[in-house]
Design a protein around this ligand. Structure first.
Ligand SMILES: Cc1ncc(COP(=O)(O)O)c(C=O)c1O
Length: 426
């Protein structure tokens, strides 16, 4: 294993060391590089020394163990530094540096984001979060009274609310697909969506990875089925982007959006939206543009003054991502989930709302305990062990969601395991 110490990383910044360099391209911004000779994502997923070196790039609080990275993730130092450096530059003369200089990084950024999800750069708009992107799509679609939309009660509340607003205002009809999480039979899942479609259905809204439990949905199969029936498909990719490898062209959906401050660790308040090229002209921008019916994706970027420094530091998050690699990242997420869930899955009174199979879950898992309410669990885990988690009390789910990130140490997950085991005995 070709790992070196953090001090050595700093000293040798930028040098490709022995074996396959995993983190050397970060050097210019961070004075940091690291490498591992291990290139197989699965064996690297278990390489604690390597991941501990990644942990050193994060500025963590020593009293709060953050196991809610699904909500929003911290940025590693290369991203913080890139952001701050641009922010300072913008402050030298904002309208000059922000609009004439920093903004020049936008088109290359669009291209990089598009490549990551395997679509054209002419199909990607950069915005502030998944809520903004999906609301733009939901409110921008031309739909008439009586048109139907298929969605699930497990979709994200902001999107459910957006569709409900259209139901109230425009007379749309919403048909909800009931899911019993975890769903471990893709045929059955696709069937439930198929059954909800009627001749009046125009749109299917799917959450690729359900935030409440981390359930991975068979989004490609649902899309294929729905498109064969003439429906358009909107994908909420907030929890799939970077968490899993994602290929929007292969999925075949028409619209998608994600936040970049979740699994990518880009600055807070950064997101992107995908609209299939031939559909762009028909979607109205949520924030008006001088050519609202244009087929230029940039019409969705009339967002007014915002932090261009944060937006352009997405480049740094992409550099960080590239040097680790998608496969290693996804493998580590799964490895961490399996690490702690395997230790408690057979403990009496513990119940999982998330599958233990990799086909259906990435790094997140939601666990409940007989006799405990979600909020009580969250409070207890924090008070006893400093573990910060998020409650999930939604539909049939009553538990806490655990979402580690690349910097999470197994010793932290051991604390979780110990406390859950004690709680289950009470
Ligand atoms: C599935 C899903 N979609 C959308 C969002 C909204 O993300 P944001 O608040 O970054 O817009 C979230 C946030 O957690 C989510 O879990």
């Amino acid at each position: 294993m070709g790992l070196i110490t953090r001090k050595q990383f700093i000293q040798r910044s930028g040098m490709a060391l022995m074996g396959a360099p995993v983190l050397s391209a970060l050097a210019p911004l961070t004075s940091f590089s690291a490498c591992s000779t291990d290139t197989d994502p699965l064996s690297m997923a278990a390489d604690e020394a390597f991941w501990n070196s990644i942990r050193q790039l994060y500025t963590l609080d020593d009293k709060v163990i953050n196991l809610n990275n699904g909500g929003v993730s911290p940025q590693p130092l290369p991203v913080q530094n890139g952001h701050i450096e641009r922010y300072r530059r913008c402050n030298l003369a904002p309208s000059y540096f922000m609009w004439r200089k920093v903004d020049q990084e936008r088109e290359p950024l669009r291209e990089r984001l598009a490549q990551l999800v395997h679509v054209s750069n002419e199909e990607i708009a950069i915005n502030r979060n998944a809520t903004e992107g999906l609301n733009t799509i939901i409110f921008g679609l031309n739909l008439s009274p009586g048109d139907e939309v298929v969605l699930s009660p497990y979709d994200y509340p902001h999107m459910l609310n957006a569709w409900r607003q259209r139901e109230l205002r425009d007379g749309l009809k919403l048909n909800y697909v009931q899911l019993d999480l975890p769903m471990e039979d893709d045929d059955a899942t696709v069937e439930r969506y198929r059954e909800a479609i009627t001749p009046k259905t125009k749109v299917i809204h799917i959450t690729h990875v359900i935030n409440w439990t981390g359930q991975i949905m068979p989004v490609k199969r649902i899309t294929e089925m729905a498109k064969a029936k003439g429906c358009e498909v909107v994908v909420d990719a907030a929890h799939s982007f970077i968490h899993l490898p994602i290929d929007l062209r292969d999925i075949g959906c028409d619209y998608a959006a994600t936040s970049l401050h979740k699994w990518l660790c880009a600055p807070f308040g950064t997101g992107m939206m995908f609209i299939r090229k031939e559909k762009i002209g028909k979607v109205w921008p949520l924030l008006g543009n001088h050519e609202p019916q244009s087929d230029d994706i940039r019409k969705f970027e009339s967002l007014g003054t915002r932090s261009f420094a944060a937006e352009m530091a997405i480049h740094d998050a992409l550099d960080f991502h590239d040097t680790i690699g998608q496969d290693r990242r996804s493998a580590r997420f799964r490895h961490l989930r399996t690490y702690w869930t395997d230790k408690v899955r057979d403990v009496k009174n513990i119940r999982f709302y998330t599958s233990h199979e990799d086909r259906f879950a990435g790094g997140m898992s939601t666990v409940g305990i007989e006799g405990w309410e979600a909020e009580e669990m969250v409070g207890h885990l924090f008070e006893t062990r400093g573990l910060h988690t998020t409650p999930v009390k939604w539909e049939q789910v009553n538990g806490v969601r655990i979402s580690p990130h690349l910097y999470t140490a197994k010793a932290e997950l051991d604390l979780l395991v110990d406390e859950l085991t004690l709680m289950a005995k009470r």
